[in-house]
Design a protein around this ligand. Sequence first.
Ligand code: ATP
Length: 350
Amino acid sequence: MAQVVLNNVKKIYDNGFEAVKGVSFTVPDGGFCVLVGPSGCGKSTLLRMVAGLERISSGDVHIGERRVNEIEPMDRDIAMVFQNYALYPHMSVYDNMAYGLRNRKTAEGEIGKRVKEAARILELSDDMLKRKPRQLSGGQRQRVAMGRAIVRQPAAFLFDEPLSNLDAKLRVQMRGEIKQLQQRLGTTSIYVTHDQLEAMTLADVLVVLNGGAIEQIGAPLEIYRKPSSTFVAAFIGSPAMNILKARGEGNTLVLGQTRVTLPRPVPGEVLVGLRAEDLQPVSAPAPGSLGVKLRYVEELGAHRLVHGDIDGQPLVIALGMEHAIADAMQFAVDPNMIHLFDSETRLRIS
Ligand code: ATP
């Protein structure tokens, strides 16, 4: 079993800054865990502690059956893929991929077999194996970095923003390739990104970090559908969930001029979360419908994003191309699709 377990892991840097504040989670054997969060939330620090590149201040990391806190990176049975690929410029692609195995004194015959197999999986031709990294495109270099990890046949892959240096189109393509590759190899993986879309599409286990602590952990769709705080609600999903100020009167939610009856009581001051796709246009005002004043429209081809406001509060609505647009529009919302958050703690009111 190559599960990875983090138990109350902390990182305090030499200057006294607590970058990771007691993080615990388990990546099951063969699982794909994505650490996501804004810049500075501690995701790279966390990954580097699993890799052994950063000392663990307290807590434990287990890879498979072993506690690895004191074990050197090279002996942790992991392979890391970096944002800058970390390829040796003077070596051929073949030698780059073979490097880690040669260091471990693997027989040349076995190295040859593994490099050829990885090259086949990653569609790197024999000609490319002879080239130097600079003679490859960014996407091809990223494949070589992946190849170097694959040939090691490690217990776990650790990815640190591996697609950040690629253009948008290639990122999407490589994202798909990494997902398929991981499913095919079944290697436990931990992947760091600040891109929520990458996180959503790759993860089986999504860990949302904020200020060095876990804000929410779960399956991507679970988190999308039931964010535990306004932070997660605004971070996961594009466009970000609309967060509006409202108040409760018994079972009635009062949002500007609109009163919506909910199946449960609403406490005094609340924050209402509405996903852009959960608002349905209606032709005339109806009980519970929201009056939206149009600000501007973004045409995305398959659908459009309508930016407007409800009594001065901005919001965005995803609208199918079949719907007409007007300066003032009415939208119905299914009460089950309304998220409520405490206005002070900003935590979900279940
Ligand atoms: P990014 O997406 O920008 O890479 P991140 O979430 O990966 O961000 P980390 O690199 O893990 O964030 O850094 C977490 C926090 O720790 C940041 O506030 C950073 O400034 C701080 N930090 C990182 N390295 C050190 C260090 N060597 N000494 C002191 N503080 C550090």
